[in-house]
Ligand binder design. Structure first.
Ligand SMILES: NC(=O)c1ccc[n+]([C@@H]2O[C@H](COP(=O)([O-])OP(=O)(O)OC[C@H]3O[C@@H](n4cnc5c(N)ncnc54)[C@H](O)[C@@H]3O)[C@@H](O)[C@H]2O)c1
Length: 295
């Protein structure tokens, strides 16, 4: 399987980052968005990122212009029919993702490989909804994709050695470090990290220590760049709530169950940095202050 033309579905935070990385890997990229407004917003996001690289002198203007000639956009699916690989990065909803793949399945050439960048949904379910179960893989990039060095490749029980090799080689050709996971909720990184954040939330809610001391303890005691509660605010509490629920649903182990404090915060719309309130008050984003969890 040779990959030359890559389709990216959805050009939000992840889709735009993945587009940049794949372009820099030397591939042609066609991006699909829902409508013209979102498409130009997404393409602008990619272009702005290259502009930043030029201004930092990490890339010459000529190179950036040459790379961007390999980028195109569409609001329909037909122009993706001849892609060798399609990476889906739309919002985290199984039905919506399956609808996209079913529609693409009807129009794409036989050899096209489908990949999903989902963080928590089942690759097996998505693959089983298409006629190309053997050509369906998970490719989980981390945010921000151009900076984070890791990609989890996720194999279902239908993935054979050829697709596996193609996928691993493709990810390596992007300059990323690849790790291989079975298709099970959380893959590797979220499987191990989500219960760690949920435990920190339980400890804070139970009054084991203050938010600041829990974060300070894990940061300085384990030499982590930041504590789990602050990181949870950066990631988005709604995403962690969702991931915990998906893993609890799959494994039925209490460590994956979101604690009541998380549910209350998500219900109130306190989602972390993006809403300026989570475990910290982010109204001065450079000076986050721990919240009082009692009100
Ligand atoms: N944000 C993260 O930290 C992160 C990390 C790894 C993986 N992911 C996964 O990546 C995926 C995307 O997340 P995101 O943070 O980029 O979301 P986002 O909301 O920033 O972007 C989603 C984009 O998809 C577009 N879209 C929705 N339906 C579409 C369709 N049918 N066709 C084309 N475009 C469509 C939306 O207009 C939006 O621009 C999710 O599955 C998420 O779980 C996210």
């Amino acid at each position: 399987m040779e990959i030359r033309k890559v389709g990216v579905i959805g050009c939000g935070a992840m889709g735009a980052g993945i587009t940049q990385v794949v372009l820099q890997g030397g591939y042609d990229v066609i991006v699909r968005e829902m409508n013209e407004t979102l498409l130009s917003k997404g393409l602008e996001r990619v272009k702005a990122s290259f502009e930043k690289l030029v201004s930092k002198q990490a890339l010459t203007r000529e190179s950036a212009e040459t790379i961007l000639k390999r980028l195109s956009g569409t609001v329909s699916l037909e122009p993706l029919a001849d892609c060798d690989l399609i990476i889906e990065a739309i919002f985290e909803n199984l039905e919506a993702k399956m609808d996209q793949f079913k529609a693409l399945d009807k129009i794409c050439k036989q050899e096209t490989v489908f990949a999903s960048n989902t963080s928590s949904l089942s690759i097996t379910e998505m693959a089983a909804g298409t006629s190309r179960k053997e050509q369906f893989i998970g490719m989980h990039f981390f945010q921000p994709a151009p900076i984070m060095p890791l990609v989890e490749v996720v194999r279902t029980i239908s993935v054979g050695p050829e697709l596996l090799k193609t996928s691993l080689d493709f990810v390596k050709s992007l300059g990323k470090v690849v790790i291989l996971a079975k298709d099970q909720a959380g893959f590797i990184v979220n499987l191990l990290f989500t219960p760690f954040m949920l435990d920190a939330m339980r400890a804070a809610a139970n009054g084991v220590a203050s938010i600041e001391d829990i974060d300070r303890g894990m940061k300085l005691g384990l030499n982590h760049p930041m504590g789990p509660l602050m990181l949870a605010d950066y990631i988005g509490l709604d995403l962690i709530f969702n991931a915990g629920n998906v893993m609890f649903e799959e494994y039925r182990e209490s460590r994956y169950a979101p604690p009541p404090i998380l549910k209350k915060m998500v219900t109130m719309g306190y989602l972390g940095l993006k809403t300026k309130r989570g475990f910290y008050d982010w109204s001065e984003s450079k000076n986050p202050r721990p919240m009082d969890l009692n009100g």
